[in-house]
Design a protein around this ligand. Sequence first.
Ligand code: HGY
Ligand code: MN
Ligand code: MN
Length: 413
Amino acid sequence: MALEINPKRLMSRIETMASFNATPGEGVTRFSYSAQDIKAREYLAGLFREAGLEAVTDGVGNIRARLAGASEDAPSVMSGSHIDSVLHGGMYDGIVGTLGALEAIQSIAESGERHRHPLEVIVFAEEEGSNFGSTLAGSKALVGAYSPSDLKKLKNPDGVSMYDMAKAAGYNPDEMPSRRLRPEKIKAMVELHIEQSVVLEARGVPVGIVEGIAGIKGLLIRLTGVANHAGATPMNLRQDPMAAAAQIISLVRTLAEGSGTGSAVATVGRISCSPNVPNIIPGEVTFSIDIRDVRQSGIDGVLDGLAAVAPAIAASFGVTLEIIPVSESAPVILDPGLTTLIENCAKDRGIDYIRMNSGAVHDSCMIAPLLPTGMIFVPSRGGRSHVPEEHTSPEEIAGGAALLADVLLELAR
Ligand code: HGY
Ligand code: MN
Ligand code: MN
């Protein structure tokens, strides 16, 4: 059944959501637990009320907004994504899936179509890891992968933990073990998301049906040497962590490009140096490494390469090396039954599509091992994302949301 959605309503909501932004004019910045996040949540609460959904928020800020079905105790059909962003990010990452889910479920309610299963919009907190460096932290807390004591260890650059920040925002992280997701209560989850790469645009196809999602390993590398005078210290007497960092950073790229799977990627996206003064040889250099692959062996290959070579590089410069694990999630294969259902709904709508993998991680990674989970992608212009230039056209967004509505109704009948 090809359901009618309200594209104008959806786009106007996406525009409003973009206004809850700490860096107007320089992309969208909306970290979990920030003033912008609180405003966005107040806005969402109003939308959920308007649509007749009962919303509850858990101990770290995950929201679940429910539309009753004909049978109250039937497992629910869930859809959603996240509303937090990266620094200077785009206005579509996470938002298309969150507001797209609301549009789909509200359109199902307005259609009068009978559905046995309740329908739920889910909004995951702290998906990006922008505060604490760990992607999927809210969904990890929801599925029990992170305990309240783990949340005390996740700290932002100012040393504030996710536990404390959630508490300060009025949530109660200690209740998470009792609010853990109960897979038996959920029939399926489908997440709509922008592709964040070039494949759909290059193929001229409006929809991607995701079969697999990459795993991720996030590391922090800390190199400690001896700060000293940049001019007076002879080269052979230096213990310069920046020189070691330069070699290890280029090793990261070589290991990813040389991975046996051919699909491993690795990024050094953040670096800090102290005292960070031009005429002082640094005392300490710290940088991040983000490793991904749809096959675990690709991630492990980069990790093994680093463990084998980085210590010798550090030693050759007389500096110490720490490799600190920050976060990880395994590659997942999404439910074949769901990808087939999405495919059939796309065919019924006459929508062109391809099956594909996701290089970005999503909260669906944490749900997929527990219950049938699927993802629908819509194109990203120029393959750009996590930047102010991130863009997906209203037609593409409406197409993805309409397909999502059909899939959710089929699942909920
Ligand atoms: O980093 C990611 O893949 C996601 O956007 N958090
Ligand atoms: Mn996202
Ligand atoms: Mn993202």
